[in-house]
Every structure is written in structure tokens, then in C-alpha cells.
Design a protein around this ligand. Structure first.
Ligand code: ADP
Ligand code: MG
Length: 752
């Protein structure tokens, strides 16, 4: 009998073990294989709908052979054997090239036979085909033959396969592993299982791979989803429990300090949402336990002021605040705008500085040594009440005299580890943490990825915000729309306004890179959580492989073409991550100052960039961006009193890509768009982004569909951890969680 942690080799054999290890997630142990779940199930005799196949996809289909033909190759010796298979409506051609005649194949693949066929879909001369597919015949059907009747109710598991190992070969190994495995422990507590009527672990693993019927595998999957949701929630509940044990220095508000002086000079009235969020944060900061709060609000909802007021409260209570930004452009912009908002209040020790004044320091990776040394000194001495920076802030030699509050802007680009690194910089107790994000996060994501944070929302926008009209420009179908697009840009500039033109790629020597802080947004990489995922393992999602598409438009090419052509009269500049930082800063400043009409740029402008006079944005190859990312991008325009215009240029024809763009054009509700984004994205992407490796532990659970289950699991976890924080009474659960965290850590280290 084998344990789940035992290696597969002795059970499935050398050859299969090697192939299983080479699969995406690397299946090496019995447990690895048994938690490699089928993507779907086929009922014997029920044919796969062939209409749904897409080029590039690796598929396993059940189909009937309709006709076969064989012909010699034209230019070489050998033959081409073709079998056309059907689901009763659509057709798919199986093509086999042979060195000689392929009579033996012709005898096996006879018309009327049913089989499973596995390979990569491509299109040749307008016909869908699988070239050299693997196959397994399962008798002739549909009815009549005894074999078909016998198997009529049997469900065939279909596994995510590769070119080296077909779905049914995986199924064979799974069968061996199931027969050999001894599964005694159950990670889910028994009373929980009874309350929620869940299968035991051994039964669930058996049923998910070899279900008796549909009800059986549904029950199995439900149980296994519980494992995933519950273990995650227990970890988060433990983390929350631990944080209530931590001590923070309370930073209660005072009467006549910096904050009061700032409020007195504020040129606008705070929205009700800003007031409410401000009050919540003010109260949190006054407590002796660290605040862990997520402040979310649409682009332009005024989060910065809310955060700044919190920082001032902390400074009034003899502390310092650090503001961590995801990109250099953003750090610099925060530095400028916060210094400006504070005015004399930020000029301690300078002529014209106010009595209570503090200083605002900027620390980035690229600044000169002198500036850097001064910033480090101001942080360490406590002279700077506010220290703004990028990742450079996380480095070990950065020290604070009394770090009381960490504000993290656009959290999704920072992982838990980074939050931890900053927390460690407080001399006394733990600092309070405020995380700001403009990407509305669906509740389930908040409960999982950000499960250790409490959430505050800023719902209303400050008065005077203008709507952003968004239109899709179908460049392939209607080329003259593109001319009209450049015309519109000229009109805006004619009115004294400015425009952004955003491209997915920089272009030039190194072709693949783009911008966006720690995690570069690669072409086609959806931006919601801004990740650079290795993309290796694709669980059932059909993503068009990049090599099938033309390269996306680049900043350098587009800027060149516009400069020579349609926008020759305008003042153009480019902005992207490969520019030297001072150059970037110069361009941004010049744009903010109105010396540049049109900025051709990558997604460096995605987060937080604020130039109120910019009213138009043209997004090239808009289908290459994620829904939430587009929403973020267009938030850059319409920030002043003038209405904004966003044009989504695409060559995508009708289909899912176009639908996404239409959705962005149709609504300005960031929450609706983020839900859409979530539904269309792979969970691994969502989670892998914010918490290293989490991907490995969520296989069946979908954040977009399992909200109820996640909510229940959270409650169960909360109760369990409340009673038994160290899980002393749940050894199997504790062991499973340790294994999960170890796997996460290993994966994270591998990537780092
Ligand atoms: P975001 O939430 O996107 O970070 P910001 O904090 O950058 O938004 O605010 C966007 C702009 O709105 C800034 O110029 C800011 O000064 C301004 N602003 C913030 N709050 C208000 C308000 N209550 N009334 C008017 N303008 C505001
Ligand atoms: Mg902002």
C-alpha cells in the first residue's frame, strides 16, 4: 500500500512516471497524481461538440470516424492517411503522414468506429485538423454493439494532457495509483464534513477520477473544493488571529497638529465617502493593534487625500509614514503632488516652512547618490515624516526613526512577502498598514487574496468629474475609422487638450518587454493583478498562443508612424520603462506642463498618473489588454473638468475579444468589469499574482462561482481557529496545510 507522499515510479512504471513528471505541474507523488483532476468527463457514446474547438488548443475529443482516405505524398515517398471524424454535425480531419503505405492504420480506423482523439487543433486549407493525433478506439456505436451498451453510462475522465502523454494514459496511471493508495487521513474535520454533508477524502479522490455517475463526481468535486477553500481560509484566519496579538504604537489624532493645519487649507470639500473612510482609519490608527486595511475606490475617487490625512495623523503622534508605489513614475508623481498639497507644511527647515512642518522624502532605485543619501538620512533621522518610494524602500539598509504607518498604493503589484519586509522596519511594535487599490476587487478575491485585510470602499467620485465616452474602433473592418481617430486626437489638441496613445509593447531592440513595475505587463498579459505568470500550466482555458498572432503594436513604431503621418503637426513624445529614469521624469513633467501634446506610451501610465488636461486616450491593439487594465487606463483621462474620450482600437473581429471591448465601452462600473475579468481569467493568475504560488493549491475552486462556499469556509475557519489556533486537535489538517504552504514556498522560490 502506498502513501500519498510516495513516489509514483514504482506504481506506474518508469516511462509513465517520467511523462507525468514532465506535465505542467510536475506530478511526482501519488498525491500529486490523485490531485490532478480531470478537466471534464465524457460519457461513452456521447460525442464531443466539435464546433467549439479552437486553433492551438490541445484537445481530447470523442468522435465517430465518418470516412477515411489515403494518398501518396506528392514530393516525397510515403503516404498521407486522412480520417474525417464527426460529432454528427461538425467535422474534424485527422491527418497521419507515413513513410510507406498505412494500410494497417486504415484497417484500424474504420468508418463507424468511436474513439478518443487527442492532439493540437490547427486549420489547414480551411479545414480543422489534428495532425498525428493520439487515439484510443472505444468500439463502434452509437447503439447496437454490446460494448457501447455496456459502457453507455461510464464516464470517461478527460485530463489536461500534453503531446507526450494522452488523457487516457494519465487515466491508466491514475487507476494504478488509486488501487495502490492507502488514504486514511482526512484533512477536513469530521464535524464539518457532517454539517456540510461532504464525502470523505478517500471516497472523494476515488469518485473524482472514476465517478459512478454525474452525482458522484459532483459530490466529489464539492468536497475537494471544500479542501481548497477551507485550508486557505484557515491560513488566513490564523494570520488574522496572529495580527491581533501584535502590538502597535497607538497614533491617536491631536487637535492642533499638521492634520488640522492641512484640513484648514484643503481647497475642496471631502466627499462623504472620504470622510467616512478617514474616520475609520483615524480610529484604527489610534489603537494599540496594527491596522490592516484595504482602501478601494475607483480611479479618481480621491484615495490619496484619505491616505495623506492618515499619514499626517501619524506624524502628529511622533511617527513616520512610508508610501510605497509600484512604479517610479508613480512614486515621483506622488512625491510631487503630496509636496504640492502640503505646501509650506512640507517645508520643515526651509524658508517659508510652517511651524508644524515636516518633510517629504523620495527614495527610488535610480536616483543619484547624493539625493539618495539625503533621503536615507531624512528617513533614518525622522526628519522626513513621509518617505515615498518604490521597491527601493524595501531594501535592508533603509531605516526609519519611527515607522508608524505604511501606505501601499496599488497593492496588487506587491506580494505578502513585501508587505512583511516593510513591516519589519518598525522599531517599536508593528506599523499600521493601509493598502490602496483602484481595481475594484470582487468579494471572493477580497476574502482570499486579501483575506488578512479589512476592506473600506470609497464609492462616490468627487463632484465635477466628467464621464469618459468610450468607443471601439474596428481598424480591420473599417480602416477609415482609424483616420477619424487621429482626427479626433487633433481636434482635442486644437482645443488646447492633450492625449495619450497607449501600445502593448515598447518595441525596438528587445521586443518582448513592456512596463509596469515589479511584474512586467507582457503582451496579452491581463493587467488586473499585473502579473508575470510563467503561463506554463493551462487548466482548461483556451488561450490563443501568441505565435499565432501578429506581434502587437509598439510604442516606438506607432510613434514613428504618427510622427511621419497623421500627427506630424503635433508635439509627440514617447514614455516607456526602458527610458532612463530621469528622462522618464522629464517627459512626464513636460507632459504635465503642457509642453507635449501627445504621449505615446506603454502601460506605465496605467496607475495613478494624473494630468487633468489630458482628455483623450487611444489604446492600440486594445484586445491585448485585460478588461480591468483598460478601465484603469482610461481613468487617466477626464480628470479635469472636460469630458474624456477613450478609443479602443482593435483588429479583433466578432468573438470573445471583441465582446470584452464592447463591455468596457458599455459601462463605467469598475466592479462589473472586474467581475467580468475574474470570470475570464484563470484563477492561478489572479492568485499567483498577489500571493506567491497560491496557484498550486487552487485547482477546482473558482473565485467567480464559489462565493457561497468560500464564505462558509471562511466562517468555519474563523470558528475553528478561534477555538484551536494552533490546530492541535486537527493533526491531519495541520499536516495538509503545512504541505500546502511548503509547496507554495517552493514554487515561489523557484520563480524568484
Ligand atoms: P485616486 O483615488 O485615483 O488615487 P486621487 O487621490 O489621485 O485619486 O485624486 C484624484 C484627483 O482628485 C486629485 O487631483 C485630487 O486632488 C482630487 N480630489 C480628491 N478628493 C477630492 C474632492 N473631495 N473634491 C475635489 N477633488 C478631489
Ligand atoms: Mg491614486
Amino acid at each position: 500500500m502506498a502513501k500519498l507522499s510516495d513516489p509514483l515510479r514504482p506504481i506506474v512504471g518508469e516511462k509513465a512516471a517520467k511523462r507525468l513528471a514532465a506535465l505542467g505541474p510536475g506530478l511526482r507523488t501519488v498525491g500529486d497524481l490523485l490531485t490532478y483532476y480531470p478537466r471534464r468527463y465524457e460519457t461513452r457514446g456521447e460525442l464531443t461538440d466539435l464546433a467549439g474547438l479552437r486553433d492551438g488548443e490541445h484537445v481530447t475529443v470523442q468522435a465517430m470516424i465518418a470516412s477515411v482516405s489515403s494518398r501518396p505524398m506528392r514530393n516525397r515517398r510515403g503516404s498521407i492517411f486522412e480520417a474525417v471524424v464527426t460529432d454528427g454535425r461538425g467535422q474534424l480531419t485527422l491527418t497521419f503522414f507515413g513513410k510507406g503505405r498505412q494500410d494497417w492504420r486504415e484497417r484500424r480506423l474504420a468508418p463507424g468506429q468511436h474513439g478518443l482523439f487527442s492532439g493540437q487543433v490547427s486549420t489547414f486549407r480551411g479545414k480543422r485538423q489534428l495532425s498525428h493525433p493520439e487515439y484510443e478506439l472505444i468500439g463502434s456505436g452509437p447503439a447496437g454493439s454490446e460494448r457501447a451498451v455496456e459502457f453507455a453510462t461510464e464516464l470517461i475522465p478527460i485530463y489536461p494532457a500534453s503531446k507526450d502523454i494522452a488523457s487516457w494514459q494519465i487515466a491508466d496511471s491514475v487507476r494504478l495509483a488509486l488501487a495502490a493508495a492507502q488514504i486514511d487521513d482526512d484533512p477536513l474535520p469530521e464535524d464539518l464534513r457532517i454539517r456540510h454533508k461532504l464525502y470523505g477524502y478517500a471516497r472523494a479522490l476515488q469518485a473524482v477520477h472514476r465517478p459512478a455517475d454525474t452525482g458522484d463526481y459532483m459530490a466529489a468535486r464539492q468536497r475537494l473544493k471544500w479542501d481548497e477553500a477551507f485550508m486557505l481560509q484557515v491560513v488566513l484566519a490564523q494570520r488574522r488571529w496572529l495580527s491581533t496579538e501584535y502590538i502597535a504604537v497607538p497614533r491617536a489624532p491631536i487637535d492642533n497638529g499638521l492634520l488640522a493645519a492641512f484640513d484648514a487649507e484643503l481647497p475642496f470639500e471631502l466627499t462623504r465617502g472620504q470622510q467616512a473612510a478617514g474616520a475609520t482609519i483615524a480610529a484604527d490608527l489610534g489603537r494599540a493593534h496594527p491596522m490592516h486595511r484595504l482602501l478601494q475606490g475607483e480611479v479618481g475617487s480621491g484615495k490619496t487625500v484619505v491616505a495623506l490625512r492618515g499619514m499626517l495623523q501619524v506624524i502628529d503622534a511622533a511617527g513616520q509614514a512610508a508610501l510605497l508605489a509600484p512604479t517610479e513614475v508613480l512614486a515621483q508623481q506622488h512625491h510631487r503632488s503630496i509636496s504640492q498639497m502640503l505646501g509650506p507644511l512640507a517645508m520643515a527647515g526651509q524658508l517659508g516652512g510652517a511651524d508644524q512642518a515636516t518633510r517629504v522624502a523620495l527614495l527610488t532605485g535610480s536616483q543619484g547618490t547624493a539625493a539618495r543619501r539625503r533621503a536615507l538620512l531624512e528617513a533614518a533621522s525622522g526628519e522626513a515624516g513621509i518617505v515615498i518610494g518604490t521597491h527601493a524602500l524595501l531594501e535592508e539598509h533603509v531605516q526609519f526613526a519611527g515607522l508608524g504607518l505604511i501606505v501601499i498604493d496599488e497593492q496588487h503589484r506587491f506580494g505578502v512577502e513585501q508587505r512583511e519586509a516593510l513591516r519589519g522596519k518598525a522599531v517599536e511594535g508593528r506599523p499600521h498598514v493601509l493598502v490602496m487599490t483602484a481595481t475594484p476587487i470582487p468579494r471572493t478575491v477580497a476574502m482570499t487574496v486579501f483575506g488578512d485585510l479589512e476592506v473600506t470602499e470609497l464609492t462616490e467620485l468627487p463632484a465635477g468629474r466628467s464621464p469618459i465616452a468610450t468607443h471601439v474602433v474596428p481598424a480591420a473592418e473599417k480602416p477609415h475609422y482609424l483616420d477619424r481617430t487621429w482626427q479626433r486626437v487633433k481636434e482635442e489638441v486644437g482645443l488646447g487638450r492633450q492625449a495619450y496613445i497607449v501600445c502593448p509593447r515598447i518595441g525596438g531592440q528587445s521586443d518582448t518587454d513592456s512596463d509596469g513595475g515589479p511584474a512586467a505587463d507582457r503582451v496579452g498579459d491581463d493587467g488586473m493583478y499585473g502579473i508575470a505568470d510563467d503561463g506554463g500550466f493551462d487548466f482548461g482555458d483556451e488561450v490563443q498562443p501568441d505565435e499565432q498572432r501578429r506581434a502587437s503594436l509598439s510604442v516606438l513604431d506607432v510613434a514613428g508612424q504618427l510622427h511621419e503621418g497623421p500627427l506630424a503637426d503635433l508635439r509627440l513624445a514617447v514614455l516607456h520603462g526602458r527610458l532612463p529614469p530621469d528622462e522618464k521624469d522629464k517627459v512626464m513633467l513636460a507632459f504635465a506642463d503642457g509642453q507635449i501634446d501627445v504621449l505615446v506610451t506603454t502601460t506605465v501610465v496605467e496607475v495613478g498618473v494624473d494630468v487633468p488636461n489630458a482628455t483623450a486616450m487611444v489604446i492600440m491593439d486594445a484586445d491585448r489588454f485585460g478588461v480591468s487594465q483598460l478601465h484603469q487606463l482610461r481613468g487617466r483621462v477626464g480628470r479635469g473638468g472636460h469630458p474624456g474620450l477613450c478609443l479602443l482600437v482593435t483588429e479583433a473581429s466578432a468573438g470573445p475579444a471583441r465582446d470584452r471591448l464592447d463591455a468596457v465601452a458599455a459601462t463605467q462600473d469598475g466592479f462589473a468589469l472586474s467581475r467580468l475579468d475574474l470570470e475570464q481569467r484563470r484563477e492561478g493568475d489572479v492568485l499567483g499574482a498577489a500571493q506567491a504560488g497560491r496557484k498550486s493549491s487552487l485547482k477546482l475552486l473558482t473565485l467567480s462561482k464559489d462565493e457561497d462556499l468560500i464564505g462558509q469556509a471562511r466562517q468555519e475557519a474563523e470558528e475553528l481557529v478561534g477555538e484551536d489556533p494552533a490546530l492541535g486537535g486537527q493533526p491531519a489538517l495541520a499536516a495538509a496545510i503545512t504541505a500546502m504552504l511548503d509547496a507554495d514556498r517552493a514554487e515561489y522560490l523557484e520563480k524568484a
